[in-house]
Design a protein around this ligand. Structure first.
Ligand code: F6R
Length: 642
């Protein structure tokens, strides 16, 4: 267990994890390693003729683990006949065959595909009467104890640090019980239940005590959205407000992380505070900018003493004095700012983010959903067009699941009224409207829309995207609706990236032969739509790389609606004045189906235009605090080299 000895001197938070953490390149390789550990354990127990008692979790995190266990069973003969499993939790009340039940989840992800005996898998029962629950929970724990306790417990982690459904405030010796779910947990689940109002308020969960008694605990966390809670659970003090932090006191617990989930750990985010490092340009930039932001000082005001007192004296010795380092980083940051995202014609471009030539570029903006282009890079989009570039937009998915049912009906009705008014005979339109109305009237929560309803919803979003493009000035022939098939499941759960998705992306790039590509480089949610869209672009770029026109193609990544690049990562920052901020807002307003309350609101109650403005203002204010120019807002990009 590592401990920092210089915390107090720097005033920075604790530096090291108080728990074992292993960081993998991605969730797939991490899951394979965990699956291997489980397989080894099962086989050891088989050799000893003993049952292997596993504690299992649901949620997005263990899905790739279960997929690998299924593969090990099917391809490498791993048998689950000696496995007895106990799941952590179940919503209450919940029927076992309901779409969102954990019983169903476990069957679909694991139990139905391996040879575990039906009597050997246990998931808490969501159908009991309230009076029966306490006794049932005791029995659940007794069963685990009678088998000698859990050999290995798999956990995910909630945004608030919950393990199982032991929410903030749960005690370390808490028992298996009925609990009320936190608002933040319900919001995270609300997408699956079509809205917060349909999301359960209670659940049955294994208590922290039984989790802590497991002989081995492995907690899985993927994606940037888990990075803050991973830092808090592993580096801060043990506290019931972050139940995962109890695991610091377990003597055989490991957090298995992908790079993004680990990205806020002190040893990864600020390694110079932890050990002697080789100072690369990237690290120097990151360290100096975080020092300036931490001290709330402009870069050029940092002194030798600031460097020394904050664990950066070796950098000072190598490259100091402070003034020299400051000026170098200041200039670098200044060079990221440009009002010419497509390059400034006839200007010296040696220090600018983009090339001056060709002066008129073909630009292809990929937008995962129909509104990401305007939300995340609306100011840049407009500038590119106004500065004479030929801007194309590729709308990667239809975004149809995010349209409310009554909107779909309103538009279907509009078509009928339109036909009626202009005396257009169209029985089929009437039929579609009637069928859609009938279906939506009786639609159950989380029921998948009929294809017609989905098409109507998709057409609504198409119209909105087109309206934004026209608002910017983009003609129809430069608007491309790609409708990638991976998205078209009708549910939140999407298919994995397929050949057809890559081909559509490949063909569009090849057709346009762009000098610039913009794509959403969103890594916050590794299983989300943005990530699959990005992977399709990366896969297409890899295929196209040998082509001549690709030598001239630069790729810029913007971030989705949820977060911005770190200030130390930004390679191009496009500033906006107050009027441009308002223009962008109008462009976002074209997406009427996403205004005034959306189907998937998430934990953030702000509307998209508010999130976009807050984020762009925040970026501008960082440049301001660091002693550069003061702009109203800024959009940020990172270059992707392929
Ligand atoms: C699931 C469970 C929860 C989840 C946690 C993370 O059985 O008990 O604690 O592990 O909410 O969920 P995901 O993995 O979906 O981010």
């Amino acid at each position: 267990m590592l401990k920092s000895s210089i915390d107090k001197a720097t005033g920075f938070e604790k530096r090291f994890e108080n728990i074992g953490t292993v960081v993998y390149e991605n969730s797939t390789t991490a899951s394979k390693a965990v699956a291997q550990e489980i397989a080894d354990l099962i086989r050891v127990k088989q050799a000893q003729k003993q049952p292997c008692i596993l504690g299992l979790a649901t949620g997005s995190s263990p899905k790739s683990l279960y997929a690998e266990l299924v593969r090990l069973h099917k391809e490498e003969g791993l048998s689950f006949k000696n496995v007895v499993s106990f799941n952590l939790d179940e919503y209450y009340p919940m029927e076992p065959d309901a779409v969102n039940s954990y019983v169903r989840f476990m069957k679909e992800q694991l139990f139905n595909h391996v040879d575990i005996l039906p009597e050997n898998h246990h998931v808490p029962d969501g159908t009991l009467s309230k009076a029966e629950i306490a006794n049932y929970c005791d029995q659940y724990e007794n069963k685990i104890e009678a088998l000698g306790g859990l050999d290995l417990q798999i956990l995910g982690i909630g945004g608030n640090g919950h393990i199982g459904f032991n929410e903030s405030g749960s005690l370390q010796n808490s028992k298996t019980r009925l609990v009320a779910l936190d608002h933040i947990t319900r919001v995270a689940a609300s997408g699956d239940f079509s809205g917060l109002e349909n999301t359960p308020r209670t659940a049955i969960t294994l208590g922290v005590k039984k989790i802590m008694e497991a002989k081995r605990v492995i907690l899985l966390a993927w994606g940037e959205r888990k990075s803050n809670i991973i830092k808090a659970s592993t580096e801060s003090e043990v506290t019931s407000s972050v139940p995962a932090s109890f695991l610091q006191e377990h003597d055989n617990a490991t957090f298995v992380l992908d790079k993004e989930a680990a990205s806020k750990l002190t040893r990864i985010n600020t390694p110079w505070l932890v050990e002697k490092i080789v100072w690369t340009d990237r690290l120097i930039r990151k360290a100096v900018l975080s020092l300036a932001l931490y001290l709330k000082k402009p870069i050029l005001m940092l002194t030798d003493a600031d460097y020394i007192e904050n664990g950066m004296s070796d950098l000072l010795a190598d490259s100091g004095p402070a003034y020299d380092i400051n000026i170098k980083i200041f200039n670098k940051l200044q060079n990221t700012i440009t009002g010419w995202p497509g390059g400034k014609p006839n200007a010296d471009d040696s220090k600018r983010p983009e090339r001056a030539e060709p002066a008129k570029k073909r630009v292809l903006i990929f937008s995962p959903h129909p509104d990401d282009d305007i939300i995340s890079m609306g100011g840049t989009f407009k500038r590119l067009h106004e500065q004479g570039h030929e801007v194309h937009v590729g709308y990667q998915t239809s975004g149809n699941i995010a349209v409310a049912d009554d909107e779909a009906l309103r538009f279907a009705r509009f078509v009928c009224d339109y036909n009626d008014k202009f005396k257009i005979e169209n029985k089929e339109a009437e039929n579609i409207y009637k069928k859609a109305a009938e279906f939506l009237k009786n639609k159950k929560s989380s029921e998948i829309d009929t294809p017609e309803v989905r098409y109507i919803k998709g057409i609504i979003r198409k119209g909105e995207a087109r309206a934004t493009c026209h608002f910017i000035g983009i003609p129809d022939e430069q608007i491309h609706f790609m409708e990638l098939p991976f998205y078209e499941t009708g549910t939140i759960e999407k298919n994995p990236l397929g050949k057809a998705d890559i081909k559509i992306t490949h063909d569009l790039i090849e057709k346009i032969k762009p000098h610039q590509i913009y794509a959403a480089g969103d890594l916050a949610d590794p299983h989300g739509t943005h990530k699959v869209c990005l992977d399709s672009v990366f896969a297409a770029l890899k295929e196209l790389k040998p082509k001549k026109f690709m030598e001239d193609c630069w790729v810029w990544l913007y971030r989705g609606a949820w977060q911005e690049w770190g200030i130390d990562e930004i390679e191009m920052a496009v500033p906006m004045g107050p009027d441009q901020v308002l223009e962008k807002r109008k462009g976002i307003f074209k997406h009427q189906s996403q205004k005034d309350g959306v189907v998937f609101q998430g934990a953030d109650s702000r509307e998209f235009w508010q999130r976009a403005e807050d984020r762009n203002k925040e970026t501008a204010s960082l440049y301001d605090v660091l002693g550069l120019s003061h702009y109203a807002a800024m959009e940020a990009f990172v270059r992707y080299h392929f």
